[in-house]
Write a protein of this length. Structure first.
Length: 103
């Protein structure tokens, strides 16, 4: 399934977190205690009901999946095309003025 709506993304992320927790042989209470968050936060996260960003990060740390955060927030850089668009135009030199000789 490819998630497209916010609810679908929440549900998919929750399923993946639950799978990781079970692979580590942790119950929800143990995960909550290790992450320093409420049990309800873990339950809400796994069922796709959402939770705070802080709780998500704490859970990902315990599940050894902080690499996910890098894909959620990659480094922002300016694209070469954008650089060309924002480059200040080259200014022309002033035309040379002929000096007049004083008589």
């Amino acid at each position: 399934m490819i998630a497209t709506t916010t609810r679908e993304w929440e549900a998919e992320l929750g399923k993946q977190i639950r799978t990781l927790r079970l692979r580590l042989d942790l119950d929800q209470k143990q995960l909550a205690e290790r992450a320093g968050i409420a049990l309800n936060a873990v339950k809400n996260l796994e069922t796709g009901k959402g939770t705070s960003l802080r709780s998500l990060i704490q859970v990902l740390r315990i599940l050894n999946r902080t690499d996910w955060l890098g894909t959620l927030a990659p480094s922002v850089s300016i694209s070469p095309v954008q650089m060309l668009k924002t480059k200040t135009p080259r200014q022309r030199a002033s035309p040379r003025r002929m000096k007049t000789k004083k008589a």
